[in-house]
Ligand binder design. Structure first.
Ligand code: ADE
Ligand code: ZN
Length: 338
């Protein structure tokens, strides 16, 4: 039976999918320092306190300025494997049953790490995730502040690994880098059989124009963030009618402004398939159950709505229908046995 109030323990145990999680954003300070030492990389900090003190962001760009330099500690295939496996242990703790994991190959190839080093490390973790009872898939994101040509080259590099990558996305700094810049590469990715998603970050310059372009021009299957869609009720009706998911991240939103909880719940109540996710949990110190619980703590919502968020996460995942049905039944069983 549904509980009368939403507790942290109920949320943690609820079977869920994580659809907006940057693998590079799961690099916890302890592992970051250990890898820095192993690979003899100077990251400018030597203690966990120093690393944590560097996590001061008030905008997407100030976050990215801390985020990218830290990736220097990732050098060998084993490093990519280790960061992904460390996340998967966390995922299991939060009863994430399925995760579609973003990774940023250009953040590594641009500093001389081979594409194959990245994909082989991450894919080994995808394979081993099943031993932890978590099913996973990889989603390759292009860095939108790099050129369209660089994205096209990255897609070429990915084609031999087509069977190891489920979809493509777009992340990094949205300012001056609208969806249309990547029209051609996304069209090629679609033809190659990849699912498509794209960040439409919070309160960006021309957020609503970028959301419109992502949906109507690029025709993405999902939007990452995208809560500014509430500014245009025709677009809200469009995503609702098409069942297009929005992968929202309240705690990461809260770091640079408002959690956008009102918008998330408004969209949920309008029948839009919104989901709650953790984005970069090591940096925002919040894994997916923490994000879900934070939403419930700050904005009045019902246990049934919490369950609907979990249901949405499987429904808008890129799993085959039979797998979705199996996970949805796990939610039903969890609630029935509660
Ligand atoms: N890279 C990692 N997290 C991101 C976010 N929230 N927006 C854009 N790029 C990102
Ligand atoms: Zn993100």
């Amino acid at each position: 039976m549904l509980p009368t109030t939403i507790t942290r323990e109920f949320v943690k145990g609820l079977p869920k999918a994580e659809l907006h999680l940057h693998l590079e954003g799961t690099l916890e300070p302890e592992l970051k320092l250990a890898l820095a030492q192993r690979n003899r990389v100077d990251i400018g900090q030597t203690t966990i306190e120093e690393v944590k003190r560097s996590y001061q962001f008030d905008s997407l760009s100030s976050f990215l300025q801390v985020y990218y330099p830290a990736m220097n500690v990732l050098q060998q295939e084993e490093d990519f494997y280790q960061v992904a496996m460390a996340y998967l242990y966390k995922a299991r703790e939060h009863n994430v049953r399925y995760a579609e994991l973003f990774f940023d190959p250009q953040a590594h190839t641009s500093r001389g790490v081979a594409f194959q080093t990245v994909i082989n490390g991450y894919h080994r973790a995808v394979r081993d995730s099943r031993t932890l009872g978590v099913e996973t898939a990889l989603v390759m994101c292009f860095l939108r502040d790099m050129s369209a040509q660089s994205a096209a080259d990255t897609l070429e590099q990915a084609l031999p690994y087509r069977d190891k990558i489920l979809g493509v996305g777009l992340d990094s700094d949205e300012n001056g880098n609208p969806p249309g810049k990547f029209r051609e590469v996304f069209s090629k990715a679609r033809q190659a059989g990849f699912h498509l998603t794209m960040h439409c970050d919070i309160d960006q310059h021309n957020s609503i124009g970028n959301i419109r372009e992502a949906l109507l021009d690029i025709q993405v299957d999902r939007l990452d963030h995208g809560t500014n869609i509430v500014e245009d009720q025709d677009l809200v009706a469009y995503v609702r009618d098409k069942g297009i998911g929005l992968t929202c991240c309240p705690v990461s939103n809260g770091f640079v402004g408002d959690m956008k909880g009102r918008e998330i719940l408004q969209l949920l109540r309008a029948g839009v398939k919104v989901t709650v996710n953790s984005d970069d949990p090591a940096y925002f110190q919040s894994y997916v159950s923490d994000d879900l619980f934070a939403l419930a703590q700050h904005y009045p919502m019902t246990p049934a709505e919490m369950v609907q968020l979990a249901r949405n996460s499987f429904q808008v995942s890129w799993l085959p229908a039979v797998r979705k049905a199996a996970y949805l039944k796990e939610i039903d069983d969890y609630v029935a046995g509660y």
